[in-house]
Design a protein around this ligand. Structure first.
Ligand code: PMP
Length: 477
């Protein structure tokens, strides 16, 4: 086996042997890596989860930690019982761990949220208004995931700027726009969920701060894949999701400067967020309680903290080498195939994370994705990746296919994908597919419903529709 340390950090152009990549093991064990899935030819193969950018499998250590704390679980914050106090301590300790994982400064606040979408919506209610009472201005690029676009559009203060064709052009566009108005905030992706590419964070922060604007980083794709520090970068806020950070237990986080969070609109109105309620008004708590009304997600927070601990314990160079090798193998392998294009927003971006989007000319992305699942047991994402403006600008209105990797991905899985796309390009699919309710499905799909899933009583086989139901297909989202 190739030792991780022997691999340099390759770029898409560097030479490495397919054998090396195929032998590359996962960095950390994840739950489900040995789950078998059925193929249309009757065989079963281990599921190749190359959709980690959408939701990552739980780390084994996270699942173990959850099992460990469940017997200690009880009500939090208001309970007098012994286990209530233990649970409260676990929740607050998790908050501290999550904050430190992203380099929170001493006075920063960590709000436990549901996910990145929740975090950014919360922050949108905290951007100070302009002196004339109009909504504070927020500058955002058209490359963003909808989670980092729609909250700002809805708050009424957003300007959406088209990204440039290079990093340099995009940075100068941002600089020029920030000079035109008094922006309160620049909302920018830490890594694109379409291409894995990003702008250099130090330049973004300098440009924004020089113009008097704060920076919020959409860390959904960055934080699980790279070390990130608010204190070191000067970024003002970061948002990220537990389910993309190998902790799929319903918690995410918003971490950053206290003043806006203390003064902003309480995100949820209800118990726990208040100091005093009268019939004619309410005194709200400062952050984080101000934004965490209702019973908090203790197990989710503990799981997210366990994932943060596990990732923080890895050698950053080894983590980086693993992901860079897998990404380079995907880019090199896919772009060498006839009719396959790999999508890029900023070809000059440095150090993209392990997300690779591609198209097969003349072939519907939904069909290719259905084929990869049905004939190869590989899970990818197809569609427009909740980034409609970007896909439209790049000419992918019909969507594309995205493969993404993480600490639980092995080189063999990446090689399987490249081989499967090659077989598709050279020989085409081996069974018939049709669009049913907007979703590509196998005609007369023979794959059984998984035993023990609880779905057996509801559907006889995949042909009976459970896959289409589960896919929730429709217009490529
Ligand atoms: N931003 C980016 C870059 C993402 O990839 C995603 C999820 N695909 C989100 C935001 C939204 O994350 P969540 O669904 O966990 O709120």
């Amino acid at each position: 086996m190739t030792a991780l340390a022997e691999l340099s950090c390759p770029t898409a152009d560097s030479a490495f042997s397919a054998g090396d990549v195929a032998a590359l093991p996962a960095v950390l064990p994840v739950v489900g890596s040995d789950t078998l899935v059925p193929l249309v030819d009757g065989r079963s193969v281990p599921y190749a989860n190359l959709d980690v950018a959408a939701s990552a499998p739980a780390l084994r250590s996270v699942a173990d930690r959850v099992t460990e704390v469940l017997p200690l679980y009880a009500s939090v914050h208001r309970g007098a019982g012994y286990l209530s106090q233990v649970s409260t301590a676990l929740y607050e300790a998790a908050r501290r761990t999550v904050g430190s994982f992203v380099g929170a400064r001493e006075d920063d606040v960590t709000v436990v949220t549901r996910n990145t979408t929740d975090s950014l919506n919360l922050l949108a209610g905290c951007v100070p208004a302009n002196p004339d009472g109009t909504p504070g201005r927020v500058l955002v690029l058209d490359v963003e995931h909808h989670a980092n676009l729609l909250p700002w559009q809805r708050s009424g203060g957003a300007t959406v700027l088209a990204g440039g064709v290079s990093v340099a052009e995009t940075l100068s566009g941002l600089r020029a726009e920030l000079a035109r108005f008094d922006y309160a905030l620049l909302a920018v992706t830490g890594a694109s969920n379409v291409t894995g590419e990003s702008l250099p964070v130090a330049d973004v922060v300098r440009i924004a701060h020089d113009a008097g604007a704060r920076v919020v980083l959409d860390g959904a794709q960055l934080v699980p894949h790279r070390g990130f520090s608010l204190a070191e970068t000067g970024v003002d806020y970061v948002a990220f999701s537990g389910h993309k950070t190998y902790a799929p237990f319903g918690a995410g986080a918003l971490v950053g400067r206290r003043d806006w969070l203390d003064a902003g609109t309480p995100y949820l109105a209800g118990g726990g967020a208040v100091r005093q309620v009268r019939v004619d008004g309410t005194d709200w708590q400062p952050a984080p309680a101000r934004h965490e009304a209702g019973s908090p997600n203790v197990v989710g927070a503990v799981a997210l903290a366990a994932a943060c601990d596990a990732l923080a314990g890895l050698d950053p160079a080894a983590l980086h080498a693993h992901e860079a090798t897998l990404r380079a193998a995907l880019v090199a392998g896919l772009s060498a195939l006839d009719g396959v294009q790999v999508v890029s927003v900023w070809p000059d971006a440095v150090d993209p994370v392990g997300v690779v989007t591609f198209s097969v000319t003349g072939h519907d992305p939904g069909l290719v994705a259905a084929y990869l699942s049905a004939e190869h047991g590989i899970g990818v994402r197809d569609g427009r990746f909740c980034a409609h403006p970007l896909l439209a600008r790049l000419g992918y209105d019909e969507g594309a296919i995205r493969a993404s990797v993480g600490v639980g991905t092995s080189g063999a899985e990446v090689v399987r994908l490249v081989d499967a796309v090659r077989a598709y390009v050279e020989e085409g699919p081996q069974v018939r597919y049709a669009v049913v309710d907007g979703c590509w499905t196998v005609v007369d799909d023979p794959r059984p419903v998984p035993a023990g899933s609880g779905l057996e009583g509801l559907f006889a086989t995949a042909a009976a529709g459970f896959l289409a139901d589960a896919a929730g297909c429709g217009p490529a989202d």
